[in-house]
Ligand binder design. Structure first.
Ligand code: IP8
Length: 278
């Protein structure tokens, strides 16, 4: 793992767009969920924490409308769509920021588009220094999936998950906690197949096999739903960072996951023998 220069290994928390927005209602935040999560994060008092959130019905609706992920076609209307997608993310981000600050969390929002440029959709350049300094001070960097500039495509969409993995690897994270609108990973899509089995623990090897079965969670998700999420988190799991996927729509799950308490969810570890999360 890369030396991050931090004295304590940070925890990286991803709040899924399906948890903090109403995914079927364009540009509609779930303020009740955002406030409850802010309270859980405050109560957990994690010494070094990075929070990243997804786009939900803010980023994805806009990104889809203007085909931002596919790159710049040279049209002024699409360029406006790029800025609108970013603006939608800022609007959502500000609601999360407000809730965190209201719970006395020293959260500092940083726009990924201001310090990251990708190449064909993959993070190519990134300035870590401001994040490191914030973490050193005990502040909580708050980031999100964003519409960003791309060396090859002009612009694209950076998923919160790619960002999570990259931050976790760079800072040598202790763990990644991902809050989604399901209890974890299932052997089939619970939205289509009633009650399939929840995968409580999973090694990298099993995950690679399962990936073909794991269904996308939402058609409106431009970053590939659950399959895309797993693919993006893979580099961090390969680095040996335990990744716990829990249901962020259910009260206390994120709190327990952050504290390392026993919680319903899917724990993905590199190897069988890796340390338990509780
Ligand atoms: O919801 C995508 O982030 P994600 C953000 O983490 C945008 O995939 C702008 C669609």
């Amino acid at each position: 793992m890369k030396a991050s220069g931090l004295s304590i290994k940070p925890t990286v928390l991803k709040l899924g767009g399906s948890v903090i927005t109403h995914k079927d209602k364009p540009l509609t935040a779930n303020l009740t969920a955002i406030r409850r999560l802010a309270e859980e994060i405050a109560e957990a008092k994690i010494p070094q924490l990075i929070v990243v959130h997804g786009g939900g019905s803010f980023g994805h609706t806009m990104a889809k409308e203007y085909a931002i992920k596919e790159g710049f076609r040279g049209e002024a209307s699409q360029l406006l769509g790029f800025t609108k997608t970013h603006q939608a993310m800022i609007t959502l981000n500000n609601l999360v920021l407000e809730a965190l600050i209201q719970h006395n969390i020293s959260a500092m929002a940083i726009a990924p588009s201001s310090f990251i440029v990708s190449k064909s959709g993959r993070i190519a350049t990134m300035r870590y220094e401001p994040l490191k300094r914030l973490l050193d001070m005990g502040a909580v960097p708050l980031l999100y999936g964003d519409a960003i500039l791309d060396f090859d495509k002009g612009f694209t969409i950076l998923s919160g998950d790619q960002l999570v993995a990259s931050l976790a690897v760079h800072f040598g994270a202790k763990r990644i906690v991902v809050g989604i609108d399901e209890d974890g990973l299932f052997t089939a899509d619970p939205k289509e197949h009633g009650r399939p089995d929840l995968i409580r623990k999973c090694t990298l090897r099993r995950l690679r096999k399962l990936r073909r079965q794991i269904k996308g969670t939402n058609a409106c998700d431009v970053t590939g739903g659950m399959q895309g999420k797993i693919a993006e988190l893979m580099p961090a799991i390969e680095e040996g960072i335990p990744t716990l996927i829990v249901n962020g729509t259910i009260s206390r799950r994120i709190y327990k996951a952050l504290k390392g308490e026993k919680v319903t969810g899917t724990l993905i570890q590199k190897n069988e023998g890796a340390k338990r999360h509780h």
